[in-house]
Design a protein around this ligand. Structure first.
Ligand code: PLP
Length: 500
């Protein structure tokens, strides 16, 4: 007999010394809390040292190194070299920060470790409740179906998959898209996120049949141009089937006129999908709610909880108005998964595997459930408003600085701007701003990202960060001006203009 009662020939992955594992766990919690508490004191980001890169070429361990050693290596080689998105001055792409309780909830979820594909288990009820709360927060119909997914990309894929199957007019699941008598066409603005194109391609619809409609000066879809494109496709004998509306575009935070898009879709018999990856959450702030008007009329709605609800990555959500259409797109019940029982583990009404691609699914619902209970929905609304107020503050600082130029409207939480210098042409300005951003990263002071607006290379701060303070934007603006002036001085003596 082993000390724990097991047969001497049998092994397990449980610790031999539970007391030591418990002590290690306590240390991890203590050290991670200190790490999060002190995040502001560290650089946002730093280049990865060569010896750290080297470390990750070490060979496969065949023999145990032990839990202590694994954690020591985590502390030495992983923890000090973060992406930076937990830092108060990270505003790159659209990436949330996470929270301490979210981190602990991830641990609890992994401890319980259920498979959220189905079965009679209470964890499913947690996800159902989180979906109900999401519908309530977003004003979406209560009878809608939904699914927690890895993020907005997967949520867009789910929504557009249901749109395709519901609107095809034939059995796409059986016959395949090749059986379509007419080209199935869908529409979105040129500002629509790349994940929509990926979904279109993956669903066999073909990016040629995804019409990219121009935007107005506010970066909203030009509804007149959209109507004209639909009419043109109809007269060419094609089959328009779906419009993708934006609740918060990734470049500038623009909202399409969702009410008008909903009406147009109703009139034309088209599926209305809304990508609200971060912008949908603006509905929680009373002062921003009007932007989302019409979103509640979407046939499907994709959004993230790991962006503007600051939950640990990954968690996004797809909601579908017509629950039957949703189930019809994904349910498949081979014998080994039959779930018609009245009683027992395989009973229960909730089989999320019937609503998405994954069969084995993680308990991501728990971090959402605990986070929403911890803070309440109203606090998220205040934080969203706080980020929008901070974006306005940043826009005002940029507008007030003669060295800087704002290059797009900032209706929400995203500010696009660049350093400008007398007498430099556009090519030189692009180069200067590109180098400026790299130096800003290397300084560790702040981490916005960049995008192209009207063909110009611009810095872009997207604020989905509950740790940012007003002063952080002042620090950003000062650093950008200082680095820009430094580059102009260097450029006057030569190198900048020749570099790529
Ligand atoms: C981030 C984003 C997505 C993709 O969501 P992920 O969570 O990164 O998969 C889609 N649309 C918009 C507007 C986004 O900002």
């Amino acid at each position: 007999m082993r000390p724990d009662g097991g047969h001497p020939m049998e092994e397990t992955l449980d610790p031999q010394d539970w007391q030591a594992m418990r002590a290690l766990g306590h240390r991890m919690v203590d050290e991670m809390m200190a790490y999060l508490e002190g995040v502001r004191e560290r650089p946002v980001w730093q280049p990865i040292p060569d010896e750290v890169k080297e470390f990750f070429h070490r060979p496969l361990p065949l023999e145990p190194e032990g839990a202590e050693q694994a954690y020591r290596d985590f502390r030495e080689f992983i923890l000090p070299h973060p992406m930076g998105n937990i830092h108060p001055r990270f505003w790159g792409w659209v990436i949330g920060t996470g929270t301490p309780l979210g981190m602990l909830a991830e641990m609890l979820a992994a401890g319980v470790n259920p498979n959220m594909g189905g079965g009679e288990q209470v964890a499913n009820r947690v996800e159902t409740q989180v979906l109900d709360w999401c519908k309530e927060m977003l004003g979406y119909p209560t009878q809608a179906s939904g699914l927690l997914v890895s993020g907005g990309s997967m949520a867009n894929l789910v929504g557009i998959a249901v749109a395709r199957n519901a609107k095809a007019g034939f059995d796409v699941r059986r016959d395949g898209v090749g059986a379509a008598p007419r080209r199935m066409v869908l529409y979105g603005s040129v500002e629509t996120h790349g994940s929509v194109q990926k979904a279109v391609e993956l669903l066999g619809l073909g990016s040629e049949n995804y019409r990219r409609i121009p935007v107005n000066a506010e970066f909203q879809i030009d509804v007149g141009a959209l109507e004209a494109a639909i009419a043109e496709d109809r007269s060419a004998g094609h089959q328009p089937f779906c419009v993708v509306g934006n609740a918060g575009t990734v470049n500038t935070g623009a909202f399409d006129d969702l009410g008008r898009l909903a009406e147009l879709c109703a009139r034309e018999g088209l599926w209305f999908h809304v990508d609200g990856a971060f912008g949908a959450i603006a509905r929680l702030a009373p002062g921003l709610r009007h932007l989302t008007a019409g979103m509640e009329r979407a046939d499907s709605l994709a959004f993230d909880l790991h962006k503007w609800m600051y939950m640990p990555i990954e968690i996004g959500c797809a909601l579908v108005r017509d629950a039957e259409a949703h189930r019809h797109s994904f349910s498949l019940t081979p014998d080994y998964l039959a779930h018609g029982d009245e009683r027992g583990l395989a009973a229960g009404p909730i089989w999320f595997s019937d609503y998405g691609i994954q069969l084995t699914r993680g308990f991501r619902a728990l971090k959402a459930w605990m986070s929403i209970k911890e803070h309440g929905a109203s606090k998220y609304g205040r934080l969203v408003q706080q980020n929008v107020d901070q974006a306005r503050h940043l826009a005002a600082l940029v507008d007030a600085a003669p060295e800087l130029e704002r290059v797009a409207p900032a209706p929400l939480n995203i500010v696009c701007f660049r350093f400008r210098a007398e007498g430099m042409d556009e090519v030189a300005l692009d180069q200067l701003n590109r180098e400026l951003l790299i130096r800003l990263y290397e300084s560790g002071i702040a981490a916005p990202s960049y995008t192209m607006i009207h063909g110009k290379y611009v810095l872009r701060a997207a604020i989905t960060n509950h740790r940012s303070r007003r002063e952080d934007f002042e620090i950003l603006v000062q650093a950008v001006i200082r680095l820009g002036e430094e580059l102009v001085r260097e450029g006057a003596t030569g190198p900048l203009r020749e570099t790529d």
